[in-house]
Design a protein around this ligand. Structure first.
Ligand code: IMP
Ligand code: MG
Length: 182
C-alpha cells in the first residue's frame, strides 16, 4: 500500500540526528536559563513537534504559550505578508521569552514577531529554531539557538508541512518534485 513515505525523495535529517540536536539545544538552554523561569512561545503549527520534544528536556520551571501566524498559504514561496491568526493568552511583560520556530527561512515571520513581542516589554527575548536556511534570508535576523543549517530546498516532516500534510513524518525530508506539480 502507498503511504506518505513514498512521497519523499530524500531524507535530509533522520529522527536520530534530530533527537541528538534537540539534546544539544536543550543543554544550552538549561545552562543559559539556569535560575530563570522562561516562557516558551511556539509558533504554530510547524513548531509543535520540536517544542514537545524540547520542553521535555528542559529542567527549569517554564511555561508555554502559542502564537499562530500565516505568511505562506499553500505556497512554497513567501509572500512577505505576516498575519496574526492566534495571539498569546498570557502577558509577557517582565518575562524571559524564548520563541520556538521550526524553520528560519526569509526571516520575515520571525522579524515581525520579534518586533511585535518586544513591544510588550519582556525582560529578555531570544529565538530558537530547529532549521535555518541562511541563503534565503531577506530580513536581518539571526537565531540565538539554531539546530541545523540546511540548503535551499523545501522540506517537510517533524512538524513541517506542505499544504498541511507530512507534519507527522518522524524525520525531515525533501518531497519528490511531482508532489508540487501533481
Ligand atoms: P520566513 O518568514 O520566510 O522565515 O518563513 C518561516 C515559515 O515559513 C516557517 O515557520 C514555515 O512555516 C515556513 N517554511 C519556510 N520554509 C519551509 C520549508 O522548507 N518547509 C516547510 N515550511 C517552510
Ligand atoms: Mg511555520
Amino acid at each position: 500500500m502507498r503511504s506518505l513515505h513514498d512521497d519523499i525523495q530524500k531524507i535530509l535529517l533522520t529522527k536520530e540526528e534530530i533527537a541528538d540536536k534537540v539534546d544539544e539545544l536543550s543543554e544550552r538552554i538549561n545552562r543559559d536559563y539556569a535560575g530563570q523561569q522562561p516562557m516558551l512561545i511556539g509558533v504554530l503549527k510547524g513548531s509543535f513537534v520540536f517544542m514537545a520534544d524540547l520542553i521535555r528536556r528542559i529542567n527549569n520551571y517554564c511555561t508555554i504559550d502559542f502564537m499562530a501566524v500565516s505568511s505562506y498559504g499553500n505556497q512554497t514561496i513567501t509572500t512577505g505578508a505576516v498575519q496574526i491568526d492566534k495571539d498569546l493568552s498570557h502577558d509577557i511583560a517582565g518575562r524571559d521569552i524564548l520563541i520556538i520556530e521550526d524553520i528560519l527561512d526569509s526571516g520575515v515571520t520571525l522579524n515581525y514577531l520579534k518586533g511585535y513581542l518586544t513591544n510588550r516589554r519582556p525582560s529578555s527575548l531570544r529565538i530558537c529554531t530547529l532549521l535555518d536556511k541562511p541563503e534565503r534570508r531577506k530580513a536581518d535576523i539571526i537565531a540565538d539557538y539554531s539546530g541545523f543549517n540546511i540548503p535551499d530546498a523545501f522540506v517537510v516532516g517533524y512538524g513541517l508541512d506542505y499544504a498541511e500534510r507530512y507534519r507527522n513524518l518522524p524525520y525531515i525530508g525533501v518531497l519528490k518534485p511531482e508532489i508540487y506539480s501533481g
